[in-house]
Design a binder for this molecule. Structure first.
Ligand code: FES
Ligand code: FES
Length: 166
């Protein structure tokens, strides 16, 4: 079947088998490897992307189901970056608060955080914990990830700026 999906503002068209997941379409057809394949059955959250602005697990959605939707992947989560190629506020906060080690879970965590902060710009730590409860991390113990999202929330509210003023 032939399908076209809007990924990060560009139409990506391909002839695929109906069984192809949105995860595989993003990685193998669109060539966007920032979306990670983990469990591939809906448990780990590594494959999280935004579908029409909401965080979803791309391994559980067929590519054909996403036709007509707008997909955002980690490669385009730069709406708050100051310059093209710079990190967004959320990504920068993950770096500063040591919210990642190996980085495998990080794209999914960042997109889960983005969805949370769009709906709730001033979350409590418990609300952050709940928002990322579907995303597994084998490295950090989660505390630094929560710290990073709280820091990003403060920065997006203009209540905490980088020490170097950059
Ligand atoms: S790869 Fe999709 S939830 Fe784990
Ligand atoms: S940083 Fe390694 S899995 Fe989260």
């Amino acid at each position: 079947m032939n399908i076209t999906i809007d990924i990060n503002g560009k139409n990506v068209s391909a002839a695929i088998e109906p069984r192809v997941t949105l995860l595989d379409f993003v990685r193998d057809v669109a060539g966007l490897k920032g979306t990670h394949a983990g469990c591939e059955h809906g448990v780990c959250g590594a494959c999280t992307i935004l579908l029409d602005g909401e965080a979803v697990r791309s391994c559980l959605i067929l590519a054909a189901q996403a036709e007509g939707s707008q997909i955002t992947t980690i490669e385009a989560v730069d709406g708050t970056a100051r310059q093209p190629g710079e990190l967004s506020v959320i990504q920068d906060a993950f770096c500063e608060a040591h919210g990642l080690q190996c980085g495998y879970c990080t794209p999914g965590m960042v997109l889960a955080a983005k969805t949370l902060l769009q709906h709730n710009p001033t979350p409590s730590r418990e609300q952050v914990r709940e928002a990322i409860s579907g995303n597994m991390c084998r490295c950090t113990g989660y505390v630094q990830i929560i710290d990073a999202i709280m820091l990003a929330a403060e920065r997006l509210q203009g209540r905490n700026q980088p020490a170097n003023g950059a």
